[in-house]
Ligand binder design. Structure first.
Ligand code: FE2
Length: 161
């Protein structure tokens, strides 16, 4: 599991940074996967509310996208190698695959809602893990992401209430 880091000066000891890099790469995979899964909803949603949902899913994907970059650059700032290709993300993501048989607005809203819920639960555990590894900066990044995901979930799940 533990990989060698680049020899950079950093106040966090290397062994702890290696654990943080592994944690961050898990979140990188899930975040990249989430962004593209919401794009999948954006592209494939149909029905009487098409325009509203098409735009909603694009806004959600756009809100997630910057965190792919932020997480990857936290990996490299800690001396690690970011694992962010589509294939790397697919291999390591904690999210279930998007349902190809989703048809209509409710099915796509439900699929996106459920993936946001899984992502949020995993991210909440990552906040605790970053705290255990005593890295306030990584914990702060995950906490910022949690706030954003909670808001996006509110936007999506409200359509189903
Ligand atoms: Fe588009």
């Amino acid at each position: 599991m533990t990989e060698a880091l680049r020899p950079i000066p950093h106040p966090i000891p290397e062994a702890r940074r290696a654990d943080l890099v592994a944690l961050l790469n898990e979140r990188l995979a899930a975040t990249a996967d989430l962004q593209m899964q919401v794009k999948q909803a954006h592209w494939n949603v149909t029905g009487i509310h098409f325009q509203t949902l098409h735009e909603l899913f694009d806004a959600v994907a756009d809100a997630v996208h910057p965190y792919v970059d932020e997480i990857a650059e936290r990996v490299t700032a800690l001396g690690g190698v970011a694992k962010g290709t589509v294939r790397m993300a697919a291999a390591a993501s904690s999210l279930p695959e998007y349902p190809l048989d989703a048809v209509g607005g409710e099915a796509h809203l439900t699929a996106v809602r459920d993936r946001l819920a899984t992502y949020a639960a995993d991210n909440l555990r990552a906040i605790d893990a970053a705290d255990d590894l005593d890295d306030d900066a990584t914990q702060d990044l995950f906490t910022e992401i949690q706030r954003e995901i909670d808001k996006l979930q509110y936007f999506v799940a409200s359509h189903l209430l």
